[in-house]
Write a protein that binds this ligand. Structure first.
Ligand code: 13P
Ligand code: SF4
Length: 308
């Protein structure tokens, strides 16, 4: 049944010449029919290189917006109209503008998990895989980092010679992991490596053997010799178990499920292809151009080998 639907999708996307991008948090059956998969940074770069005139983004809204910002002539469809990242709106653009007026010498760094309106008032975007490189290369001593205080605090812990001010936002999924979860998992699987996403709070990251983006975690987990405890969305564990049935992968906490990332089904992708589903991204041109600047800066400053 699932295979039939996948075959229909592959046939239709070829007939209509439509590209499909999928974030690593998508279900395995969606990753299988995508042209490009990866973390937020890899998808941003891939988006501008896809040859097709129409692209379906399987993920959440800010990812589809990023594709449209970089490729305004393409028709960009978000796989599920309700798929949004709650962290993307945890600061209003007016608050950024007010901060800038009070701190004209500060650069404003936005996690890519932000709305287009927010990007339009920031200096540079970062993703979890590119943040350390970009912030350390940034020509500024004083930085406001929005909106994720956990990713911001991880960057701050690694880059000690800059003054990094944190906004008080967070990913509700990653922030739900407790110290008790870590203690229990370490006790249950003492020889497993602990791999964590930097959206986890600092008191949780203390337990990590490796900290990185979703692609970084996948790469490390597939390459290392040990079993792994995975501290990010459950979909990564599902993916790893398919790739390496000989190894054991454990989810750090059962809270690690992002309802928004899980909204898209294969049927949604099919309906995007038939024109019955999804949400086409439409952006005001002046807004798009303002939001493009920090993304271009991110790509310029953040080119890193994939999987890091
Ligand atoms: P990545 O930068 O690892 O793709 O993370 C995106 C995200 O939404 C994590 O919660
Ligand atoms: Fe947003 Fe967190 Fe879901 Fe990522 S896991 S899309 S940051 S809510």
């Amino acid at each position: 049944m699932m295979k039939d639907l996948q075959d229909k999708i592959l046939k239709l996307k070829k007939e209509k010449d439509i590209g499909i991008l999928a974030h690593s948090y998508q279900a395995p059956e969606i990753l299988e029919i995508a042209d490009e998969t990866g973390d937020s940074f890899q998808l941003s770069v891939a988006a501008s290189k896809l040859p097709q005139a129409t692209v379906i983004m399987c993920g959440v809204r800010f990812m589809a917006d990023t594709v449209k910002i970089l490729s305004p002539d393409k028709k960009v469809i978000l796989s599920h109209p309700q798929a949004t990242c709650p962290m993307a709106e945890q600061i209003a653009p007016e608050q950024v503008v007010a901060y800038r007026a009070q701190h004209p010498d500060h650069k404003i760094v936005a996690y890519i998990n932000t709305t287009t309106q927010l990007k339009a008032v920031c200096d540079v975007c970062v993703t979890s895989s590119s943040a350390l490189q970009i912030v350390s290369r940034l020509d500024a001593q004083n930085i406001l980092f929005i909106p994720d205080r956990n990713l911001g605090s991880y960057i701050k812990s690694q880059i000690k010679d800059k003054n990094i001010i944190l906004w008080d936002g967070m990913c509700p999924v990653h922030a739900s992991v407790s110290v008790q979860d870590c203690e229990e998992m370490k006790k249950a699987y003492p020889n497993a490596k602990v791999l964590m996403h930097p959206e986890l709070p600092p008191e949780i990251l203390r337990y990590a053997d490796y900290i990185g983006s979703t692609s970084g975690i996948i790469h490390y987990a597939l390459e290392c010799g040990e079993d792994c405890i995975i501290g990010t969305e459950k979909s990564i564990v599902d993916y790893l178990r398919i790739q390496r049935p000989d190894k054991r992968f454990y989810l750090l906490s059962k809270q690690l499920m992002c309802a928004n990332m899980r909204l898209t089904t294969l049927m949604d992708v099919y309906q995007c292809l038939t024109g019955e589903g999804g949400a086409e991204i439409v952006l005001d041109e002046a807004l798009r151009l303002r939001a493009k600047h920090p993304i271009d800066e991110m790509i310029r400053l953040g080119q890193v080998p994939s999987g890091k």
